[in-house]
Write a protein that binds this ligand. Sequence first.
Ligand code: GLC
Length: 477
Amino acid sequence: MKIAIAASEAAPFSKTGGLGDVMQALPEALSQLPGNTVCLFLPYYGKMKGNPKFECEYITSFHVNLVWRKCHVGLFRLKSNRKRLQVYFIDNEQYFKRDNAYGYMDDGERFTFFSKAVLACMNYLDFKPDVLQCNDWQTALIPVLLRSEFASCFPDTKTVFTIHNIEYQGWADINFNNDVLGLPGEWLSTLRYGDAINFMKAAIVTADAVSTVSETYAGELQYPYFSHGMSEVLTLRSGSFYGITNGIDTTVFDPAHSPNLPFHYTAATLVEQKAKNKAALQLELGLNQEPDTPLYAIVSRLAGHKGVDLLCYICDTFMSRKAQLAIIGTGEAQYEQRLSEFAARYPGKMTVKLAFDPALADRVYAGADAYLMPSKSEPCGLSQLIAMHYGTIPVVHATGGLNDTVKPYNPETGEGRGFTFQSYNGEDFMDAVDRSLRLYETDRDAWNKLAARDMALDVSWDAPAKAYMEMFQKVIG
Ligand code: GLC
C-alpha cells in the first residue's frame, strides 16, 4: 500500500508532546510491513534546519497561493538509506523559522499553507497514495483541499483523519476562507461550525474515515462532556470512526539499552537494577536516599486536563505517607507555581523540575517505583505505557487510553497492571494511591511480580500498526 502521512511534528526532528512520538513510530512501523511505502510530510522548522544530525537534500521549490499571498514552498528530503520510508520537509522561513512550533497569531494561516503545500508537493513528486493520513487540527484542512482544489490530482486517494486531542480544533474567524484559504463558496458549510471556521470539524465531515488513539476515547468523544462540542458531528461518522490504541517505540524507550540510564535492566534483572537506578535518581533529584520509601513520579505537561488540580488537592495527604514524589514538566504558570510551593514544603521528599528533558525523563521512568497519571481526560497517553515498559507501576484515572491500557490490579488473583480510580475526584485518587502504597508496604514480592509482568507486556507498535492497516484496507474498500 502507498501511504502518505502529514503531521505538524515528529520526533526526533521536532516534538512538543505525544503526537511527536507517535509520528516517529507509526510511519516507521507501517513501513516495516510488507508491501508498504510511506512518505511522511513535516514542516521544516528553523531549529532543525541547521542541525547536522538531520541532513537533507533539496528537491525543488515553487509557490502556492493563499488568496492574494504568493507563498514560497521549498521541498527537502531527509538523507537516509531507508527505501520504504521517506521523510519530506516543507520549507518556508516566514512561517516556520520561529522559536516554537505553535502559539502564534497566524497559526491558522501557517498550517493552511502547510496543508496546501503537502498536496502540491505530493503532486510534484507524482506520489499518489492509496491513503493519506492526517493528524490533529494542523493538517485537518488536507482532506478538504484534497476533495476541492486538488480533486483532479488525487482521484483515487482516500483520507483518514486522526484525532490525538479534541481540545485543539483550529478555530478561525468566519472570513478566514475569503482571507486565507480561498475555497469556492460551496465549501463554506463544510468549514463552518457555528459562526466560525473550524478545521477539525471540516476534516471530520470530509475524511473517508476518522480515527482516534484509543477505543475508550472513541466512545467518550461521542458525549459532550469529552468532545468539546464535537460529539454530534462525530456521532454522524460513527460508522467510519475507529479507535486504535497507540504503542511506544520500544527502540527509543528501552531500559535494556537506553544511553540515558546508569543501570540497564530487563524483567529478569528488574529488582536489583531498578534499586540502583532509584538510588542514583534520588541523588540526582535531591531526594532522601531511602531505598524502602516508594518513589512516585510524574512526567507531564502541567496542564489542566492532566489532572494537576487533583494532585494539588491530595498533595499534603500524600506527603503525610511514607512516600516520595518527583515531578518533571513544564506548563501553565499557576501549576508550576503551586507544585513548586509544595515541593519547597517537603524537602527531600518531594521535588519538582520545571523542565522538558527527555533524558532525565528516561531516568525517572527507570528509577521510580510507581507512576501517577490522574488525567481528567486522556486520548491515549504514552507515559503509562513507557512506565509499564520500565517496570514502574501506574496509578491512573480510568479514562480514555488509560482505561484501555491499565487494567486494575486484583490482589486476590494477581491479575491487572496497575491501580485505577473511576470518578474524577481527589478522594478516589488518594484511595488508589493508598491501595498502591499498601501493596508496596505489605507484599513487596507481589509488587515486584506486578512490575515484572507490566514490563513483559507488548506495548510496541506491532499490533497498532496492523490495526491501522486493517482500517486503511476498509477505507480503500
Ligand atoms: C496527545 C494526547 C495523548 C496521546 C498523544 C498521541 O498528546 O493528549 O493522550 O497519547 O496525543 O496520540
